[in-house]
Ligand binder design. Structure first.
Ligand SMILES: Cc1ncc(COP(=O)(O)O)c(C=O)c1O
Length: 401
């Protein structure tokens, strides 16, 4: 059998980034607000807003910064309760704590999506919601928006893993009031670090821009759709001048130069990622020991990894399976089994109270995560699927013997 592929390297950055970086090296113009216009960060914001179909975008240092700024821009009071799914990365409750708010955790089902009964039950008394589409699995946005709109609760979409995913044909990140994305490596678009938030709300973007570090009149370099000034944006900036703290979470021109040439690659990456995922899912679902949950009907996914549940394996067998796969060259992360895993809610001990969420815990104890970078070939996918199938056969066969 062919050797297992390297699943850690990302795609090479398009060559066009080199020219842009060379120009920045020559000019030394790395700060987004030095140039009077058309700085790489500004152009990225315009291109990203247009690509996703939103009015405004603000590029920042990370998705965590985008989430934090979104909560701040919503003007939530200290100790406001913010509902988040209990299956997400530790950066998400951390951004809530950073914004002086209190995370409220809701249950997530076996299909990695928010349990809507628990969501509804916990909504009273909540002042904002963050929907983490964890690993790009979209929760029921129709039901979420109906419940939140009826109560006037703003929804922030954590789309860190969902760039390119659509819901009823609409881009994830444009359904709630704000959408936040990550450019950290291991994301669909890779700049090592970086993030961006998008919204149609002029007041919210004006607040976020100022707090991101557009000190004095630097906000004048932020425009509306198609790089044009809009009256509502100008009025919002004038209203918030000198009224808000500056957290300095800006993006550097260097990051924007790495990101911009990747945007035209997105459609291909999404197409390849989904085809790769569904190919491996088909092979895994043929085994009685694996279940790759199906997408929801309105959802078109953009995966660069695969998640599946182990069926009928004990905790010891689950550990044996992961060890057998790793020995053969495929790293399987079982979210709930590795020590100090940042996606297991019981490790978020920085929260005042870590609640017990039995349904989410049960899911995390058997949910497996394997990277599937979009650049993998069919032969490489066959090797990965073959190793996973061999590892589960070995584990369950040993038990039967
Ligand atoms: C679901 C989720 N949300 C938010 C973040 C934060 O992204 P960043 O590393 O850009 O701050 C991550 C990080 O990987 C994540 O996995």
């Amino acid at each position: 059998m062919a050797l297992p592929p390297n699943v850690h390297d990302a795609e090479p950055i398009p060559a066009a980034a080199r020219e842009a970086i060379d120009a920045l090296m020559q000019s030394g113009d790395l700060f987004r607000y030095t140039a009077p216009q058309d700085a790489p960060v500004t152009l990225l914001e315009q291109e990203y807003a247009e690509l996703l179909g939103s009015k405004y975008a603000l590029a920042v240092s990370s998705c965590s910064a985008a989430l934090f700024l979104s909560l701040k821009a919503l003007g939530l009071p200290r100790d406001a309760r913010v509902l988040i799914p209990a299956f997400t990365f530790a950066a998400v409750p951390s951004s809530v704590v950073h914004a002086d708010c209190v995370p409220v955790l809701c249950e997530v089902g076996e299909n990695y999506r928010i349990d809507m009964d628990d969501f509804e039950a916990k909504l009273d008394g909540v002042q904002a919601v963050i929907i983490s589409h964890m690993r790009g699995h979209t929760s029921d946005m129709d039901a979420i928006m109906a419940l939140c709109d009826a109560r006037g609760i703003p929804v922030v979409e954590d789309a860190a893993h969902s760039l390119g995913t659509t819901w009823n044909g609409k881009n994830i990140g444009t359904i709630g009031k704000v959408g936040c994305f990550s450019f950290q490596s291991y994301k669909m678009v890779n700049a090592g670090e970086g993030g961006i938030l998008i919204t149609d709300d002029a007041d919210l973007i004006a607040r976020a821009v100022i707090m991101s570090g557009a000190y004095e009149h630097n906000w004048k370099k932020h425009k509306g759709p198609h790089g044009e000034n809009t009256l509502d944006l100008e009025q919002a900036f004038a209203k918030w001048q000198n009224q808000l703290p500056l957290y300095n979470l800006r993006m550097s021109n260097l990051s924007a130069a790495v990101i911009r040439p990747q945007l035209p690659e997105l459609a291909r990456r999404v197409r390849d990622g989904l085809a790769n995922h569904d190919y491996v899912a088909g092979k895994l679902n043929a085994s009685p020991f694996f279940d790759v949950p199906a997408p929801l009907a309105p959802e078109r996914r953009a995966p660069d990894s695969i998640q599946f549940n182990l069926i009928g394996l004990s905790e010891a067998q689950t550990r044996d399976f992961a060890a057998a796969a790793e020995a053969k060259g495929v790293k399987v992360q079982v979210f709930g089994l590795s020590t100090d895993n940042a996606r297991a809610f019981w490790n978020w001990q920085f929260l005042r109270d870590v609640p017990e969420l039995p349904q989410t815990r049960a899911m995390l104890m058997k949910a497996c995560d394997v990277r599937l970078p979009v650049r993998l070939s069919r032969v490489e996918l066959d090797v990965i699927a073959g190793i996973l199938l061999a590892a589960v056969e070995e584990t369950t066969g040993k038990a039967a013997a």
